[in-house]
Design a protein around this ligand. Structure first.
Ligand SMILES: Nc1nc2c(c(=O)[nH]1)N[C@H]1C(S)=C(S)[C@@H](COP(=O)(O)OP(=O)(O)OC[C@H]3O[C@@H](n4cnc5c(=O)[nH]c(N)nc54)[C@H](O)[C@@H]3O)O[C@H]1N2
Ligand SMILES: Nc1nc2c(c(=O)[nH]1)N[C@H]1C(S)=C(S)[C@@H](COP(=O)(O)OP(=O)(O)OC[C@H]3O[C@@H](n4cnc5c(=O)[nH]c(N)nc54)[C@H](O)[C@@H]3O)O[C@H]1N2
Ligand code: SF4
Ligand SMILES: [Mo]
Length: 724
């Protein structure tokens, strides 16, 4: 019998609504469900991925049963075993490793927003290890931590084509990275004729809609942002009332930016002085002005923190903080927040002290200090994301046993051999392990090196519950459409069942994932069933919350910072040994052998990071990974559009197809995430991991990463290019 089921896509973070047709427990078709996000089937039809759902659910390459390695690591020889056997053996091996080396010998690795990660964090807290490698240092954490240090909490940026008067897209390319509502809004906004400013070394499809495209030299964004602040202050364009009452350290800021004249900014960034002044005026005079930023500035090493710091200041002094149409400070959840689900309060100092490295802001110590401040407003950030291990230190500990041995790794919903920096180093590190477990939907180059591969339930086979890690009072998600096919199980089941075998019984009271979600929702008074009808839990936004009068002391709430104001001069950063004012850092200088500047990570539809390369229909849309240069650079190199090229950095080399586009001079941009599932799933090919892998070119060396957060340089790396 056929039935229609309300469910969601999960091929990117949006989780757009779908109605699935289900027959005998199988999904035979899906269509967009306009009663759920994004609320408009037309928008969803612009996305190429959701229609793949039926193919995805029973794709011949999906992992359907637990697999145990039987040959050499990487030999591609597996035997099928039961869940029971796999979990028992993994638990036994972990216990033995823990007895020998301590709990910190276990690490985990997670990636982008593909799954619910708190069960992993909860398991790790209880097991006793701080060593989770995430993607946070280059995605989300710089902006979350710096905004929290400046405003006392994090924000969401808004873009309302009617209300917003000016939009600034900084290092973000929604045309390729966002095939849903936000991109639709940007297109609508561009039709209004209001200023749309795109700051990107490449003339992306987003930049093509802009009134102003600023082709900034990679990595020089902090200088540009300080130049904007210079103009806003010099021309008195700032919001005087807000600055007088609500900002701390304006005089120090004014003095600090005095030397960032438009002429100086031009000499560093390549943006004409008059354009710097014009854009600063448009942004400051346009209030509400929206400032949307992306990975372009999260991945510029030691310049990410100063750039975000300068942008946080620019937003505040120009009157665009907590203003409708510009941004809002988010609220603490009404539901059980991530922090509690992680059980981070139970993670003792003795284990926190095992954290590798000594990052000033991405550390337990700084996290505690930040929490003291945010608690002035009763708010608490998630802990495990914001204290995750700096990846390079984990790979090094695997290889050298220093400062202690990390002998095991559980990888969930990520493909680090393609998506973490320095693939060659990671390859050596993974090869050296005593135990590598990968929870996956498909074989990947990472899973090809595993001891155990566990079959995860994917889209439509498990419930969804996205909460931005509990940093806002918002949940989106919904119910699964069918029970998992074959022996696939939800990742929650893996962590719970492993925990049950390792003495964690009392901390896993819920029978299944849905029961845990029901309990998480309970404080809101909304049932799981009701939530699934709408796929959304949110309350209307409020603005200018700093002006709210506190019932107890009769004073305005202000900001949850040391001064109670927006910290232009940042007392918290000063206290932890950082720069209280944003100071651009020296760029890696082009060397004689490596004269060009490399961007790694350009995203293109229809792919998503290293995912979906198994789908022939998508491969036919975009068959080759590109290395892009402009025509001037191509001419100097003597290379033509469509030819095969090597791109090389001090770390390694990879092959791409040259595409001549509009972008900055002397700059090369390569796509990331490329491998070839059709190639052999064993060594040496390993799914073609060494062919066009952008992360063979990058590194996350601790010594050169940002000292506050540990951010590595993915954009602005010295490189060279030549024809194959
Ligand atoms: N050079 C360079 N590197 C980058 C970036 C860049 O711009 N440049 N961007 C970085 C950023 S921002 C991010 S977020 C990362 C993204 O990198 P990753 O998070 O590694 O993303 P994917 O490559 O898509 O890998 C996700 C894997 O999870 C599997 N999967 C999907 N859903 C589930 C699930 O529910 N359970 C389990 N167990 N598995 C699942 C998929 O099959 C896929 O193999 O890449 C980072 N790396
Ligand atoms: N199709 C697709 N969609 C995705 C993903 C995917 O892999 N594929 N990944 C998802 C994930 S995990 C994330 S985090 C988001 C990311 O979404 P976005 O932040 O939009 O990421 P990108 O598309 O890489 O856009 C970053 C832009 O920054 C530019 N850039 C590079 N270097 C610099 C620089 O030094 N300064 C400035 N100002 N700009 C620079 C690049 O040219 C690029 O156009 O996208 C998500 N959506
Ligand atoms: S934007 Fe596309 S891929 Fe992402 S959830 Fe929506 S339908 Fe799926
Ligand atoms: Mo990301």
């Amino acid at each position: 019998m056929k039935k229609s089921v309300k469910t969601n896509c999960r091929f990117c973070g949006y989780q757009c609504g779908l109605t699935a047709t289900v027959e005998n427990g199988r999904v035979i078709g899906v269509v967009p469900d306009p009663t759920q996000y994004p609320g408009d089937a037309k928008i969803q039809r612009g996305c190429r991925r959701w229609a793949l759902v039926p193919e995805f659910m029973d794709h011949p390459e999906r992992i359907n049963h637990p697999l145990k390695r039987v040959g050499e690591r990487g030999s591609g020889k597996w035997e099928r075993i039961s869940w029971e056997q796999a979990l028992s053996e993994i638990a036994e091996k972990l216990s033995a490793l823990k007895d020998r080396f301590g709990p910190e010998t276990l690490s985990t690795c997670i990636g982008g927003p593909h799954a619910v990660y708190w069960p992993l964090h909860r398991f790790m807290t209880l097991f006793g290890s701080p060593n989770n490698v995430g993607i946070g240092q280059i995605c989300w954490n710089p902006v979350t931590l710096i905004n929290s240090a400046t405003y006392g909490w994090t924000i969401d940026n808004e873009l309302d084509p009617e209300r917003t008067n000016c939009a600034l897209c900084w290092g973000v390319n929604q045309a390729e990275s966002d095939n849903s509502l936000l991109w639709e809004r940007i297109k609508q906004f561009s039709r209004t004729g209001k200023p749309l400013i795109v700051i990107d070394p490449r003339r992306t499809r987003t930049a093509a809609l802009a009134t102003h495209w600023l082709a900034v030299r990679p990595g020089t964004d902090a200088v540009l942002a300080l130049g904007f602040i210079h103009v806003v202050i010099a021309e008195q364009l700032y919001d005087k009332e807000f600055v007088d009452i609500w900002c701390h350290g304006f005089e120090q800021l004014a003095e600090h930016v005095a030397s960032f004249t438009p002429q100086y900014v031009e000499s560093i960034t390549g943006i004409k002085a008059e354009t710097v002044a014009e854009v600063a005026r448009l942004y400051a005079a346009g209030s509400p002005s929206s400032l949307l930023s992306g990975r372009g500035i999260d991945q510029i090493g030691r310049n990410s923190v100063p750039t975000h710091h300068a942008l946080a200041i620019l937003r505040a002094i120009s009157g665009n903080l907590d203003v409708k149409g510009a941004s809002h400070l988010t609220e603490m959840p009404d539901f059980v927040p991530e922090l509690e689900l992680e059980l981070s309060g139970q993670f003792p100092e003795s284990l926190r002290s095992k954290q590798l490295g000594d990052l000033k802001l991405h550390s337990y110590r700084a996290y505690e200090r930040l929490q003291q401040l945010t608690m002035q407003h009763g708010k608490r950030l998630p802990m495990r994301y914001l204290t995750s291990a700096q990846p390079n230190l984990v790979w090094q500990a695997m290889l050298t046993d220093k400062p202690y041995p990390i002998r095991s790794l559980i990888v969930m919903a990520t493909n680090p051999l393609l998506t973490q920096a320095d693939s060659s180093l990671i390859y050596e590190a993974l090869k050296s392990l005593d135990l590598l477990v990968v929870l996956e939907l498909f074989p990947t180059p990472t899973s090809m090196l595993a001891d155990y591969v566990m079959p995860s339930a994917g889209a439509l086979e498990r419930a969804l519950f996205e909460t931005k890690a509990g940093t806002s009072n918002l949940i989106y998600g919904g119910a699964k459409a069918v029970e998992p096919y074959y022996e696939r199980r939800s990742d929650f089941d893996f962590w719970r069942d492993l925990g049950m075998r390792l003495g964690q019984e009392e901390f896993w009271p819920w029978e299944d994932f849905e029961a845990s979600l029901e309990a998480t929702l309970a404080p809101t008074g909304v049932s799981w069933e009701t939530f699934c009808q709408f796929g959304l839990y949110s309350l209307p936004e409020e603005y200018k919350k700093h002006e709210r009068i506190d019932r107890h002391n009769g004073k305005p709430a202000g900001f949850a910072t040391i001064s109670g104001k927006v910290e232009l001069y940042n007392e918290l950063l000063a206290e932890i040994g950082g720069d209280p004012l944003p100071s651009p850092q020296m760029l890696q200088q082009p060397k004689e052998d490596f004269p060009l500047s490399l961007i790694t990570g350009a995203r293109y539809q229809p792919f998503y990071a290293s995912s979906f390369r198994q789908f022939a229909s998508l491969r036919s849309v975009h068959p080759e990974p590109w290395a892009e240069v402009n025509s001037g650079t191509a001419a100097i190199l003597g290379l033509k559009d469509g030819c095969r090229v090597w791109v090389e950095t001090e770390r390694g080399k990879a092959r791409f197809t040259l595409k001549v586009t509009e972008m900055c001079d002397n700059t090369v941009s390569v796509e990331y995430g490329w491998w070839y599932p059709e190639m052999s799933a064993s060594e040496p090919a390993l799914g073609g991991v060494w062919g066009a892998n952008a992360n063979v070119l990058t590194n996350a060396d601790y010594e050169t990463a940002d000292p506050l957060i540990g951010t590595a340089t993915y954009n602005g790396i010295p490189c060279r290019v030549w024809g194959v």
